[in-house]
Design a binder for this molecule. Structure first.
Ligand code: NAD
Length: 356
């Protein structure tokens, strides 16, 4: 029997509540599908500051590196808001991503049929369902390129540089193609190759890597057109492959299509399938401890972990199916509508487990 080592970073605010439900669900699928899970807890964010005086203790990095995958709740809260930049809980978040070499960010934009009305996109545009995955390069491009300011003849200017090397493009392209292979076999690479030299290298490199994946249909789209197509006809997309800056913008646009922040999971991947899985929302201090938090983004993050790092496809599918089924009747307050049953965070976790 496979036993997976999972480091759990519950974090702050609603973090511990939502992660507890996600672990409950992971335990349930592990029993059903015959694999073991060994948890190690570690501190991150405000709880780490309170315990040891820094948001990212070395022990946390070591524990994460010694595991197969990391499950993270959320960090931050008003208690630590007056601290300086690198002492803040959020510094722990950026620090752990960097320390683990996570270069690919995956954000699915999914609409479960019972939540169609929560989307700002009209139901006839969404169709029966919507499932788009944005694969974003996370550690290169303009956010990490040369930058500066200079004043020439009394005129001040500033610059930021978009630079991508072939190996950087190759490794993110492979993640994109692998993803498309596991999904519906369609990869759309996003660039601005009509204007940018870095995009022309991006497009040529992605095409070359694509030759290794004949089963995946590769298309290219300019980023401005892609931004429009995401709201005009989002159902045409399966996997979107993007640079850092284009993915930053498009993944926010795509995630809004699904309506509720409490539903959105994410993954950050490094080499050898290692990954950190977390909901995209924050620590929601306004509802922490009230039982009102929606645990589904974190539960769906566990499904991503099973799919993309642990390769337990059936268990991943079982969770996603159970979430879709649970939503037909059970709703946490953030997604509640009349005619459904209002449930707490723990009750939602129980409902998902009961349907697995
Ligand atoms: P937030 O995502 O925590 O909350 C925004 C709103 O969404 C709030 O009204 C909250 O109640 C609601 N919400 C969020 N998650 C929910 C859930 N699962 N169920 C139900 N409702 C939910 O963003 P914020 O208020 O801007 O930030 C709060 C704290 O979280 C800050 O300290 C911020 O820095 C931190 N933060 C952390 C992360 C992270 O850990 N990845 C991400 C964003 C913000």
């Amino acid at each position: 029997m496979n036993t997976y080592r999972i480091t759990v970073l519950k974090g702050d605010g609603i973090g511990p509540e939502i992660v507890d439900e996600a672990m409950k669900v992971l335990n349930k699928v592990s029993e059903k599908f015959g694999f073991g899970v060994q948890y190690t807890e570690a501190l991150l964010g405000g709880s780490a500051i309170d315990a040891v005086g820094e948001p990212l203790p070395q022990e946390t990095i070591d524990k994460c590196k010694a595991s197969d995958a990391v499950l993270l709740g959320a960090v931050g809260g008003p208690k630590w808001d007056n601290l300086q930049g690198d002492k803040r809980p959020e510094a722990g978040l950026l620090g752990i991503r960097a320390a683990l070499g996570l270069f690919a960010n995956l954000r699915p934009a999914v609409i479960f049929a019972p939540l169609k009305d929560a989307s700002p996109i009209r139901p006839e545009i969404i169709g029966d369902s919507l499932d788009v995955m944005v694969v974003r390069e996370l550690t290169g491009g303009i956010y990490f390129g040369d930058r500066g300011r200079e004043t020439v003849d009394g005129v001040e200017s500033a610059y930021d540089t978009e630079r991508y090397s072939v190996p950087e493009i190759e490794r993110i392209a492979r993640i994109g193609f692998e993803m498309a292979k596991k999904r519906n076999g369609k990869l759309c690479s996003v660039d601005k190759a009509n204007v940018l030299e870095s995009s022309r290298l991006w497009r040529a490199t992605v095409a070359r890597i694509g030759e290794e994946y004949p089963e995946v249909e590769l298309t290219n789209m300019y980023v401005d057109n892609c931004a429009m197509q995401l709201v005009r006809n989002p159902g045409q997309f399966d996997v979107l492959l993007t640079s850092n800056i284009f993915g930053d913008i498009l993944s926010d646009e795509a995630s809004m299509i699904s309506g509720s922040i409490g539903m959105l999971s994410s993954a950050s991947l490094g080499e050898n399938k290692f990954g950190l899985y977390e909901p995209i929302h924050g620590s929601a201090p306004d509802i922490a401890g009230t039982g009102m938090a929606n645990p589904l983004a974190t539960i769906l993050s566990v499904a991503m972990m099973l799919r993309y790092t642990l390769d337990e496809q059936k268990a991943a599918q079982a969770i996603e199916d159970a979430v879709a089924e649970a939503l037909k009747t059970n709703r946490t307050p953030d997604i509640y509508v009349e005619g459904t049953k209002k449930v707490t965070c723990a009750e939602m976790g129980d409902a998902v487990c009961a349907l697995i």
